[in-house]
Design a binder for this molecule. Structure first.
Ligand code: NAD
Length: 427
């Protein structure tokens, strides 16, 4: 049975747009609010402003029916539930910038002033523990001139992975609902009624901490694997064989043990840094978390070291970089490991030819003067070396394309190739 609620989603980026489209698919009535008129127009035209598997179909099926976008907050006046999905980017000291959360909270409160129903404001953005209670709640109540009896508050962290976001949203491992008020918590659980997954109910700050802890643990698994991989490389051991044997231990698990060029994206680097900053503010010295970041910062430069070992100097050399997105199946380049690699290649006066199936328009904004190629073969033609930075499935089939290089000098930052002459960063 379709159970429909009126939902407003504030922030139509990777999380907000996927959340809104999936809730519409589940039969809810959804309005996405974003300050960016270009995004709003694109959503209303049924065209996702980002690349994400399955999203275009969802927009085509639901836009104009159960899904719409707007730059205004009018829909909040009729909403039963409002999700905050705005960005929480890092500040120079690593802490989370909460200015978008603050401004969204005030706008939501203003919209709720004339809402005659009980409504719950749910923070889905990743925020430091205490933010929902100390920042969002007072700002909303103040602007709405209402009390906690009229507006409930909850924190519902999002665990989707870009590239598999729709699938992850509809089939999550768990749904975490944090609230200090059982009525608000139940209201949020209702909206997820059609999704089969364990629901974990916690207090507000525990829910906020669950998200940071999950990301910090996953990032730690990757940095740990990279450290072991670096040791294995020196010893001539295949780290993937090692991790296969290690991951079958049920206490460890096989996922996130893939050694390589390190983690990127909009979440792991910023969330681990925010947790470090939070710990330091309360007088702790989070040495493990700092090492997770330090290993990750160093890892991409190992690609360059390996390349230099093989070709001596980079000056005047043509280097093909395959893969710009921080992972496969996305156009997102935020904190992608290819960025420091390309910067270093340029600093050492290399000519950089790049190819990525989705992320080239985004990378052009950072590095406008690279040679952007239409396919991998074009980037590889006459190249002195090749660095593979993203695990795009289409790269797994590459082989004869490398024959176009001056010599097959191929360094993999992700273990995906199956051709001969490849050399892995830590295998
Ligand atoms: P994003 O930058 O893609 O999207 C944020 C959107 O919010 C933008 O479109 C922006 O225009 C809009 N916005 C900013 N201020 C606004 C306001 N006052 N009113 C309306 N719209 C406003 O960010 P994202 O990747 O979707 O991440 C959002 C949050 O979710 C972050 O806290 C992030 O850490 C968290 N998160 C992200 C992912 C991910 O994979 N991207 C996964 C889980 C959680």
């Amino acid at each position: 049975m379709v159970h429909s609620m009126k939902i407003s989603i504030v922030g139509g980026g990777y999380v907000g747009l996927v959340t809104g489209s999936c809730f519409a698919k589940l039969g809810h009535d959804v309005t996405i609010i974003d300050v960016d008129p270009v995004k709003v127009q694109s959503i209303n035209n049924g065209q996702p402003p980002i690349y994400e598997n399955g999203l275009e179909d969802l927009l085509k099926q639901n836009t104009g029916l159960r899904l719409r976008a707007s730059t205004g907050y009018d829909s909040v006046a009729k909403a039963e539930i409002v999700f905050i999905c705005v960005g929480t980017p890092p500040q120079p000291d690593g802490s989370a910038n909460l200015s978008y959360i603050e401004s969204a909270s005030t706008s939501i409160g203003t919209g709720l002033k004339i809402n005659p129903h009980y409504c719950v404001v749910v923070v889905k953005s990743t925020v430091p523990p205490g933010t929902t209670e100390k920042c969002v709640q007072p700002a909303v109540l103040r602007a709405a001139q209402k009390t906690e009896r009229e507006i409930g508050f909850a924190m519902n962290p999002e665990f989707l992975r870009e590239g598999r976001a729709v699938e992850d949203f509809l089939h999550p491992d768990r749904i975490v609902i944090g609230s200090n008020d059982p009525r608000a918590g139940k209201h949020v659980a209702d909206v997820y009624r059609n999704i089969q997954a364990p629901v974990i109910c916690t207090g507000l700050i525990a829910a906020e901490m669950i998200k940071y802890t999950s990301n910090a643990f996953l990032a730690a698994k990757i940095s740990f694997s990279n450290e072991i991989g670096n040791i294995c490389k020196h010893l001539g051991i295949d780290v993937y064989e090692v991790m296969k044997g290690v991951g079958l231990d049920q206490r460890i698990g096989p996922q996130f043990l893939n050694a390589g060029a390190g983690f990127g994206g909009s979440c792991f680097p910023k969330d681990v840094s925010a947790l470090i900053s939070l710990a330091e503010k309360i007088g702790d010295d989070p040495i493990l978390l700092k090492s997770v970041i330090a290993i990750n910062e160093r890892q991409p430069y190992r690609m360059i070291t390996l390349l230099l070992d093989k070709i001596g100097t980079l000056s005047g050399k043509r280097i093909a970089v395959l893969g710009l997105a921080f992972k496969d199946n996305t156009d997102d380049i935020r904190d992608s490991r290819s960025i420091p690699v390309i910067q270093e290649l340029l600093d050492q006066s290399a000519h950089v030819a790049v190819y990525d199936p989705m992320a080239m328009p985004n990378m052009r904004r950072i590095f406008p003067a690279l040679e952007y190629c239409a396919c991998a073969a074009d980037a590889l033609r006459e190249a002195d070396g090749c660095l593979v930075m993203t695990e795009w499935p289409e790269f797994t089939r590459l082989d004869h394309e490398f024959d176009g290089m001056k010599k097959r000098i191929i360094i993999e930052g992700r273990r995906i190739l199956s051709c001969k002459d490849r050399d892995g960063i830590c295998w």
